[in-house]
Design a protein around this ligand. Structure first.
Ligand code: AP5
Ligand code: ZN
Length: 216
């Protein structure tokens, strides 16, 4: 099953991607995670991406497209894949389409997670993440058991550099201008399914599983 998980920052893509991957056993391809991993390892790609990410802007299409193509060629994608945060522009979506055609593959479903702007801002501002194992918390909705510490591995939790009030406003504007047109793009292809990401996690996840069950 080849699936795209779309939605604005804070809609719950990462949260639900982890649950989908767990349940369906397909690889999780998050372009945001790939950039953050590269930054952590001090690679040229990570430093380049940081210039854009810290300002809430998109990393240039050429860079992102090459990374995703390389990742999709890996053998673990034979059984399917979950794209999270890609594509984010029409150019990326067209490139993905061409590339999948070359490989004799296609997208089976695009799940678009939606939520109110106020909800998205609060989700992002209060998000804390574990730099070691990647676990995601929310200071109000999903607080760690011990303040500031990861429940899974005990590492000190951090706030993403792009999770400030100013940067999230910018990221939401960029989403509206550059990514929102993809809703129409995939709707015309008959691939789009909308999920209310404002619901409690388990309810939204049940909605996602119903959709994935219907295309499997
Ligand atoms: P990326 O890492 O993809 O971030 P994003 O799209 O902005 O999304 P987020 O990670 O902020 O939110 P999410 O939807 O995953 O929410 P989460 O599940 O964590 O991209 C970062 C940057 O990288 C971009 O700005 C860009 O610069 C660059 N980039 C990445 N891909 C690119 C591309 N294709 N092209 C160009 N540039 C690219 O949830 C948020 C919080 O809410 C968490 O604390 C969670 O615990 C909580 N929460 C989630 N769901 C619920 C719920 N139902 N109820 C209560 N709390 C909830
Ligand atoms: Zn951890």
């Amino acid at each position: 099953m080849n699936v795209i998980l779309m939605g604005p920052p804070g809609a719950g893509k990462g949260t639900h991607a982890a649950k989908i991957v767990d349940k369906y056993g397909i690889p999780h391809i998050s372009t945001g995670d790939i950039f953050r991993e590269n930054l952590k390892n001090g690679t040229a790609l990570g430093n380049k991406a940081k210039e854009y990410m810290d300002k809430g802007q998109l990393v240039p299409d050429e860079i992102v497209i090459e990374i995703v193509k390389d990742r999709l060629k890996r053998p673990d994608c034979e059984k399917g894949f979950l794209l999270d945060g890609f594509p984010r522009t029409i150019k990326q979506a067209d490139a993905l389409d061409d590339f999948l055609k070359e490989m004799g593959k296609k997208i089976d479903a695009v799940i678009n997670m939606v939520a109110e702007r106020e909800t998205l801002i609060n989700r992002v501002i209060y998000r804390r993440v574990c730099p070691e194992c990647g676990a995601v918390y929310h200071l109000i909705n999903i607080p760690p058991k011990v303040e500031g510490k990861c429940d899974v591995c005990g590492a000190n939790l951090i706030q993403r550099k792009d999770d400030t009030k100013e940067t999230i406003e910018k990221r939401l504007d960029v989403y509206d201008e550059q990514t929102k047109p993809l809703i129409d793009y995939y709707s015309k292809k008959g691939l789009l399914y909308e999920v209310d990401g404002g619901k409690p996690i388990e309810e939204a996840f049940a909605d996602i599983c119903r959709i994935l069950g219907s295309i499997d």
